[in-house]
Design a protein around this ligand. Structure first.
Ligand code: URA
Ligand code: URA
Length: 194
């Protein structure tokens, strides 16, 4: 089967999923979107309100900032893949539990197998904690440093754009300034030839 049919099948399975309680409050699932040939696969935490209403990842306030960060290094959303660990909005946007992440993870793992990116960029601490399950996460120390994942694809952690919305300073060493240097590294990998 080609990548399109494989991804369509995963998205259809996500749409009817009842593996955890989050299915009860969703308007719809948010499977993810982007290029199936993407070299870079971004993984956020879970849909928020706007995402639950539209069915698309990273379209609310944090998503707009994320899109701007990509544009700053001349990457269009369509050229990468954008997804989340969790496909249904948690009530009040609470942090998903590890149980919920584990229930939902087979979908993300299947999506990663279809896309086979060169790099996974985790956005925020929960996404990173899923990939490094069991290891202690210090996002401020780990961001911008490649991490080993047992799945074999390198992980590059970045801050979550919501965190940047709460920390607006662009001073040297600020989360925004560090994100600027992190996205340059993503751009470097994006440019590498096959
Ligand atoms: N925050 C996330 O982690 N993912 C989204 O899709 C939107 C906001
Ligand atoms: N805490 C998080 O959960 N994510 C960040 O990006 C920074 C702090």
């Amino acid at each position: 089967m080609n990548k399109e049919s494989l991804m369509d099948e995963i998205i259809e399975r996500i749409a009817v999923c009842t593996r955890c309680g989050l299915c009860q409050n969703r308007t719809q699932t948010v499977p993810g979107e982007g290029s199936l040939g993407a070299k870079i696969f971004f993984v956020g935490e879970a849909p928020g309100r706007e995402e639950d209403l539209s069915g698309r990842p990273f379209v609310g306030a944090a998503g707009k900032l994320f899109t701007t960060i990509l544009k700053a290094v001349d990457i269009a959303r369509e050229e990468v893949y954008i997804g989340n660990i969790i496909k249904c909005r948690p009530p009040e946007n609470r942090t998903p539990t590890m149980e919920e992440m584990k229930a939902c993870a087979p979908f993300l793992l299947a999506q990663l197998q279809v896309v086979q990116p060169r790099l996974i960029v985790t956005l925020g601490a929960s996404s990173l904690s899923f990939f490094l399950s069991g290891r202690e996460i210090k996002i401020t120390e780990m961001r911008g440093k490649y991490q080993q994942w047992e799945g074999g694809i390198p992980i590059f952690p970045m801050f979550h754009p919501s965190y940047l919305l709460r920390n607006a300073s662009k001073a040297p060493g600020s989360p925004k300034a560090l994100t600027w240097s992190d996205i340059q590294e993503v751009r470097r990998v994006y440019e590498q030839s096959e």
